[in-house]
Design a protein around this ligand. Structure first.
Ligand code: ATP
Ligand code: MG
Length: 412
């Protein structure tokens, strides 16, 4: 049994909520587990569409989330990983090639490292930094390798990579907000990369799949084909937009529309009685309006359908050869809507399932809550072989992580 005693702290500064978790990765019986030690959340301040506008204000939310989790000032030796999302996180596919150095033509780790280094040669704007260089495929003399190219024989090795970038100002603001809240960030990870890697199965990645996280301010997507990531991006739409649209139609305050979205929406048209009516507080006289729940549900379903169609079109535009044979996996707070998978299947004509982090015992509901996928996956990210392609080539069954939460304070 190997146990990494050092806890990890994960932070997800979302548009609506700032969530934090503390956990440990535990290796037992040839499997890795994540012990979730604590969870907490607080409303986000000064975050628009996933982007921190004012780090001083955002720091209050981070601090409040630490306090909610009961970890403020605790676990001083913990590594701190922060997730980042939003439309400013963009991706590009790059390639690099290296001549095989050994006389007998055997490809070495050094050759592959040189090919990966060569793939990083893209010129980034001065105010942009690379977050991840993820391996897509390796080739030796133009022939694609199923796994690592190390040990194969040839003249040249090529690395096809997926590079995810973020504006330096966005990462600096995230670091600053966490710093003011009392911690140093050790690593910044793309939320959607971490989440898709934690949630998708090898088979889905192999067949072609689109991972979609619909949050409050953004819809983040990651597409996989042939076993590896080929596209990530973010659309500036989410639950907030549904709330704004409802408010415009009903002339009702945003908090009322937010609770209609959270409590009344259903992806199955049979999930509500079309004739059911309710009184909704509205602006003006007489201050209340009788509305049909079916009509509200139709508006919400239409908006979600548009977001899903936008996500599919964006992925197809960026990667036209994508097949999506394994369909769509959906997460984020909006994916809490009952029967959203049915709605998404109707709209996209693809198989759809909800994204979850597998949890084995206690507090299983947190792993099943699509709104927590992004946060928990940040805890898992460092253990994922995709983030350490050469050192940790594990068989697929060993790279699936299981979670063992112990206790926590996650609430809606
Ligand atoms: N049961 C529900 N049905 C539909 N929508 C819901 C439900 N519960 C929460 N939401 C919506 O989910 C959104 C919040 O999702 P999430 O917590 O993933 O966002 P975030 O991480 O703060 O934002 P982002 O990822 O966009 O920066 C809100 O718009 C909220 O109204
Ligand atoms: Mg989010």
């Amino acid at each position: 049994m190997a146990r990494d005693e050092k806890p990890i702290i994960a932070i997800d500064v979302g548009t609506s909520l700032t969530r934090v978790a503390a956990g440990r990765i535990d290796e037992r019986d040839m499997e890795r587990y994540l012990d979730v030690i604590a969870l907490g959340q607080a409303p986000s301040a000064s975050v628009q569409r996933g982007i921190i506008q004012n780090p001083e204000e955002a720091a209050y939310s981070v601090k409040a989330a630490f306090e909610d989790a009961g970890i403020d000032g605790k676990y001083r030796d913990a590594k701190v990983y922060a997730g980042i999302g939003g439309k400013h996180i963009v991706s590009v596919n790059t390639s690099g090639e290296a001549v095989v150095s050994r006389n007998d033509g055997l490809v070495t780790e050094k050759d592959v490292t040189r090919a990966i280094e060569a793939s990083k040669g893209l010129r980034l704007a001065a105010d942009v930094q690379a977050l991840h260089h993820l391996p897509r495929s390796f080739y030796v003399d133009g022939i694609r390798c199923r796994r690592s190219p190390i040990g194969m024989r040839g003249v040249s090795a090529r690395a096809d990579m997926h590079t995810v970038t973020a504006p330096s100002a966005a990462t600096a603001n995230l670091r600053k907000a966490v710093k003011i809240a009392g911690r140093d960030v050790d690593w910044i990870v793309s939320n959607v990369v971490a989440a898709s890697q934690a949630v998708l199965t090898r088979e889905e990645m192999e067949m072609g799949v689109l991972y979609i996280d619909i949050g409050a301010g953004t819809t983040d997507i990651a597409a996989y084909d042939g076993g590896t990531i080929c596209h990530t991006s973010s659309l500036p739409v989410g639950g907030n937009q549904i709330v704004t649209d409802l408010a415009a139609v009903l002339h009702a305050p945003a908090y009322v529309c937010e609770s209609l979205l959270r409590e009344r929406a259903n992806g199955d048209p049979k999930g509500y009685k079309g004739d059911d009516e309710m009184l909704v507080p509205t602006f003006g006289i007489p201050g209340q309006r009788r509305v049909r729940l079916g009509a509200i549900n139709d508006i919400i379903a239409m908006r979600i359908a548009e977001m899903l169609q936008m996500a599919v079109s964006r992925a197809k535009e960026a990667a036209p050869a994508l097949s999506f044979s394994a369909g769509i996996v959906i997460a984020g707070g909006v994916a809490r809507m009952p029967a959203i998978d049915m709605l998404a299947e109707r709209v996209t004509n693809l198989p759809v399932r909800a994204g979850q982090i597998p949890v084995r015992t206690l507090r299983t509901e947190v792993g099943q809550d699509p709104a927590f996928v992004s946060l928990l996956s940040v805890l898992l990210a460092k253990a994922d072989p995709q983030f350490a392609p050469l050192k940790e080539q594990r068989p697929a069954h060993q790279s699936r992580l299981r979670l063992l939460p112990i206790f926590g304070g996650a609430r809606n």
